[in-house]
Write a protein that binds this ligand. Structure first.
Ligand code: ADP
Ligand code: MG
Length: 832
């Protein structure tokens, strides 16, 4: 009774669509209201009325304070969208309205219980989970997420059956209303896989509309009349010209679309009757040419090409290794986009699929291969009320000329038969006795959708209704290997030596989901039962080579002293299990070996919250830290680094002035864009300064290597000589590594060898003993300390060095912990 998910939804920033896979075909449903496939992702509220889509859109200008649009960009943030008449709505609630409205498109009236919903590849875990939540809020029993570039590729690969895509790779270029995504896609053994991707959550057609206003329309209006801070007054919710902003957005979009087919477009502001601050009416007719528009978007388009080049470099690919660049998303209707990308990349641009509905079509193909899991499998056989459970197994997509079908049958099968035959009559298994396991090789017609009936029959050859679906196999079509993770997921632990934190990769970017992994960490500091001290099992998303401050927090599992049943002693192991589902729900379980307790939490994510003021102070902080790095580099005569840092400082100052123009009630996405930019600059700073740490680590290593080498030479035994030789033999592998931690690890190995030798050397042991004597006043057990000091003195005079070593060790244990760790950092996560 395996039923398929069947429905695919493109939940877009600007437009949403719904499609269904049925017997090999995909139908994109139309809005019964106006017969368009696309539903604008816009919701309008007024008292008891809610309008969705095109109708809501007409209120964007008339009554903007009661309209919500472009909320996909706020998915995964704590941000709510203010609606004057009904208060605030979350992006999840608003998305649920869109999803529910799409159900109305399904003219057959059948219930939509399970769906595939697409998301941009650049969506992080928090954003993905928010999308799933919206699906659940809309009443779907099962929601499967699919990344948009995979959907687009499925639409193409399933359509162009005569194009041989085997062993080829291409890029999907998706320029939508609010997000840009580019993905490197490959077919491996009939399965589509995304190999790599780049993207920007804040680049799309809406930005072009805003740029038209800021770079073309506003300057023109300022030439025609006197205004102070026109742009600021337009963008701020309480601003005098806030309404004009919405009017212009609509007009700019219209002009942009017109410019895809014409060389100039007109915008008439007549209905706004704009007057300047002196009360002078402004001439309402504005004009924009195609080349003016192209100038406005060049930088953005070039930045998309840069992302594509990054993918090529990272994967050691040349442009000719790619078959084409598949264009999707409304933004790719713009002729300049197609031309510029082809020019800059030297890869042919493929515009053969409909940029507006391709994603929904691909989502439906995927839905056709996904099993609906919410239903039960057991069905009563009416004739003799027997319980039969049947589980079918076969590939729904095949590149072969034959597929094996098998089924497992549980229950009373006595005197029952089965028969499998193709709809076109070309294959018939004949009547066979039903057994607990049946198997048939089904011949497939090439490039077609193959349909077979699977019947269970009783002794009289009457079919028994066990609710079996027909067997559906698409030959020559492609399926998806699996969803992949868009960024590394890392565990944050303390890096005591550097008074910092470090990232430990738990899942690698592009790994196929679902995935599961285990890690063992140690408690870095004793946690007393009942205390407020805590352990933070913290997971961040972003490159593992970077720093926790440059990556996005996903969630943390906190374990406090109040929750534990016994003290957790320093050094106790904690077994962590990380489980990530196909839809990227992350579950963290922690087993505390010390107390035998288990803690577990599912992360639907801590949503991102960006506050204008906090952002401004973070940017200022960044400036201060870059400035001090500049000074340090200059003082050390490191001109190259100083110059690079200076350039970053320039970028940071740009961010400062941008953050200065943000009002606390800014209605645009500017602060999210700014937050993204800030993180990127922080990353660059990290890259530059991590090379400083690397240089430092190499210098320290070189120094102690010399030290230890002579120590081993003079005093080392055979084992220590061997250990050193072994380390030096590996030197090339870590000394050229770009990861300072590997170099630091080698330095610690040297230190261990050194320590072993020192422990046998009388001078060192006596020196250590004397050092401990100085700290005798603070030792925990004065009686025992006194005894040990006396013993120590005796061992020195009798030259019993081994005994002295033991005394030193026990005295060390008597030192209070804070004294021992005086040098240590304040522990941040509490685990190492
Ligand atoms: P999303 O995936 O974000 O919902 P779409 O792929 O539907 O977005 O693209 C919507 C964007 O495409 C809008 O910004 C719209 O203005 C733009 N767009 C649609 N048609 C055209 C066109 N013919 N020329 C230029 N831009 C267009
Ligand atoms: Mg889209």
């Amino acid at each position: 009774m395996s039923k398929m998910v069947s429905f695919g939804i493109d939940l877009g920033t600007t437009n949403s669509l719904i499609a269904k896979f049925d017997k090999g075909q995909v139908e994109v449903f139309k809005n019964p209201n106006g017969f368009k496939e696309t539903l604008p992702s816009v919701v309008f509220f007024r008292n008891d009325r809610i309008l969705i889509g095109d109708q809501a859109r007409t209120y964007v200008e008339k009554d903007p304070k009661n309209v919500a649009s472009r909320f996909k960009r706020k998915m995964g943030t704590t941000e709510t969208i203010k609606i004057q008449s009904v208060g605030s709505k979350t992006p999840i609630e608003l998305s649920a309205f869109i999803l529910k409205e799409l159900k109305n498109f399904v003219h057959s009236g059948e219930a939509v219980e399970a769906v595939v919903i697409t998301i941009p590849t650049s969506f992080d875990t928090v954003q993905s989970n928010a999308t799933k939540e919206a699906g659940v809020a809309a009443g779907f029993k099962q929601v499967v997420l699919l990344q948009e570039p995979i959907a687009a590729s499925l639409a193409y690969a399933n359509r162009e059956k005569n194009v041989d895509l085997r062993n080829s790779q291409w890029m999907v270029y998706d320029l939508g209303g609010g997000t840009f995504d580019v993905a490197l896609v490959k077919i491996v053994e009939g399965e589509l896989t995304v190999v790599d991707h780049e993207g920007d959550n804040y680049l799309g057609g809406c930005d072009f509309d805003e740029q038209i206003i800021e770079k073309v329309l506003v300057p023109e209006i300022l030439r025609r009349g006197r205004f102070t801070d026109l742009l600021g007054q337009m963008k701020s919710e309480k601003g005098k010209y806030n309404k004009l902003w919405y009017r212009l957005l609509h007009a700019a979009e219209g002009a942009k679309i017109e410019l895809s087919t014409k060389t100039s477009a007109e915008i008439d502001l007549e209905m706004v009757s704009l007057v300047d601050e002196d009360g002078v009416a402004i001439d309402s007719l504005l004009n924009i040419t195609r080349s003016e528009f192209e100038d406005v978007i060049t930088a953005a388009i070039d930045s998309t090409a840069d992302m594509m080049k990054k993918i090529l470099t990272r994967n050691s690919l040349r442009p000719e290794d790619l078959k084409f660049v598949l264009m999707v998303g409304g933004g790719t209707y713009i002729p300049y986009v197609r031309k510029r990308i082809e020019e800059l990349m030297g890869i042919p641009v493929n515009t053969s699929i409909d940029p507006s509905n391709a994603i929904a079509i691909g989502a439906a193909y995927f839905a056709g291969t996904k099993e609906f899991k919410a239903g039960g499998d057991t069905v009563k056989v009416p004739s003799n009320s027997r319980q039969l459970k049947i589980r079918q197994v076969y590939n729904r997509n095949s590149q072969e000329s034959e597929e094996t079908f098998s089924a497992k049958v549980e229950g009373d099968i006595s005197s029952l038969f089965y028969r499998i035959y193709s709809e076109d009559g070309a294959f018939d298994s004949g009547l066979k006795a039903l057994s607990n396991r049946i198997m048939e090789d089904l011949p497939l017609r090439e490039g077609a959708f193959n349909l077979f009936q699977f019947r269970i029959l009783d002794v009289q050859n009457n079919p028994i209704d066990v609710g079996l679906d027909s067997i559906q196999i698409a030959q020559g079509r492609y399926s998806v290997a699996g969803q992949m993770l868009p960024e590394d997921l890392c565990l944050v632990t303390d890096d005591i030596a550097n008074k910092d934190t470090r990232l430990n990769k738990i899942f690698t970017k592009n790994c196929v989901l679902p995935a599961k992994t285990k890690r063992t960490v140690e408690v870095a500091k004793t946690i007393v039962k009942g205390s407020d001290e805590e352990l933070r099992i913290m997971v961040v998303e972003g490159p593992a080579e970077k720093h926790s401050s440059t990556n996005k927090p996903i969630g943390s599992l906190l374990i406090t002293g109040k929750q534990i049943s016994r003290d957790l002693i320093k050094g106790t192991e904690i077994d962590l299990t990380f489980d990530i589902s196909e839809s990227r729900d992350l579950t963290i379980s922690a087993y505390l070996n010390g107390t035998g307790q288990e803690f577990s939490q599912v992360f639907n994510g801590t949503a991102r919250h960006v506050d204008s003021r906090q952002l401004a102070s973070e940017v200022l902080q960044l400036e201060a830290s870059v400035q001090s790095e500049v000074d340090e580099a200059a003082a050390n005569g490191n001109h190259e680094a100083a110059e690079k840092l200076e350039r970053l400082l320039g970028k940071v100052r740009g961010l400062i002035s941008e953050s200065g123009t943000l009002s606390a009630d800014d209605v645009t996405d500017d602060r999210f864009k700014l937050e993204d930019k800030k993180r990127r600059v922080a990353e660059e700073v990290f890259e530059l300064t991590s090379s400083k740490r690397l240089d430092g680590a190499r210098a320290t290593y070189a120094e102690s290597r010399q030290d230890v080498a002579s120590l081993v030479q003079e005093n080392g035994n055979d084992r220590e000589k061997h250990q050193l030789r072994e380390l030096l033999a590996r030197e090339q592998t870590f000394i050229h590594s770009t990861n300072p931690e590997r170099v630091e690890a080698a330095t610690s190995e040297l230190a261990r060898i050194k320590w072993q030798i020192l422990m046998r050397m009388p001078d060192f042991l006596v020196g250590m003993f004397e050092h401990l004597v100085k700290h005798r006043a603070s030792m925990n057990d004065q009686m025992q300390a006194k005894q040990l000091f006396e013993n120590g003195k005796r061992h020195i005079s009798s030259e019993s060095w081994d005994d002295l070593n033991q005394v030193n060790g026990r005295l060390w244990d008597l030192l209070p912990e804070d004294e021992r760790e005086a040098e240590d950092m304040r522990l941040y996560t509490g685990i190492v």
